[in-house]
Design a protein around this ligand. Structure first.
Ligand code: ZN
Length: 235
């Protein structure tokens, strides 16, 4: 039966909007990539369903999945990588939303083996500390064990590179996780551009990075960036 609980409706709408925002930001990869929001009643996560591109997601293509992978509410096929979402949420009570995408610049930068460096504003959202790298496998995260080891590698960070695969970005809210994923891709693009130009790249030292994080990526700005991204969506 379809739910009428406002928190649930809101979670589905938010996940769907975040999927479209990420697609519009260049993070769509055919039918791959997914976004989730923690269920307010502790039953699991509201997750984009499989076999649709991020740009095609509406609230009815978001379903409720528990930590065993059962679809409790809603229809459609479940993404096989659901443990990314459920196990990170289990490990991180502060996380309310998880994004997993295959953004081209982030995948390319992680594959070079270089650390993310704050060569422009964007990377200061994440660095310091270093953005962690998950290298146990570049294959799909299909089991709860792999989900747990990904969550361990993520630690307290707000994003992680799944080397030769993609990224995960997390946030307290769907809005924050989605904006973090967009900013991470922007940072990686800027770094690749910097390195491709040769010369002697420079970047902010840690103290300046922390100051810039506070000055540029405060909660109010993050929320305004989300609103901006939503306004840019095709009508
Ligand atoms: Zn993936």
């Amino acid at each position: 039966m379809a739910t009428t609980d406002p928190a649930t409706v809101d979670a589905r709408e938010l996940v769907a909007t975040a999927c479209r925002v990420l697609a519009a930001a260049g993070q769509d990869d055919l039918i791959w990539g997914h976004v989730s929001s923690r269920d307010s009643q502790g039953r699991g996560v509201w997750l984009k369903s499989a076999e649709w591109g991020l740009s095609e997601i509406t609230a009815d293509r978001v379903h409720l999945v528990d930590e065993e992978g059962s679809v409790l509410e809603g229809g459609g096929t479940r993404h096989s990588e659901y443990p990314i979402h459920t196990e990170i949420m289990n490990a991180r009570p502060d996380v309310g939303a998880v994004v997993h995408t295959h953004p081209p610049y982030s995948v390319a930068l992680a594959a070079t083996g270089q650390s993310l460096r704050p060569v422009s504003h964007a990377a200061n959202y994440f660095v310091p500390p270093e953005v962690p790298r998950f290298t146990a496998t570049a294959d799909l995260i299909l089991t709860r064990d792999l989900g747990r080891s990904l969550a361990r590698e993520l630690g307290d960070a707000s994003a992680i590179f799944l080397v030769n695969h993609g990224i995960v970005a997390v946030g307290a809210t769907v809005q924050e996780a989605a904006v973090a994923a967009v900013v991470l891709e922007q940072a990686c693009k800027q770094q690749l551009l910097t390195h491709s130009a040769g010369g002697w790249p420079s970047w902010s030292p840690p103290q300046e990075s922390l100051a810039k994080r506070e000055h540029i990526y405060g909660p109010r700005a993050m929320s305004a960036v989300w609103d901006y991204l939503v306004r840019q969506l095709p009508g």
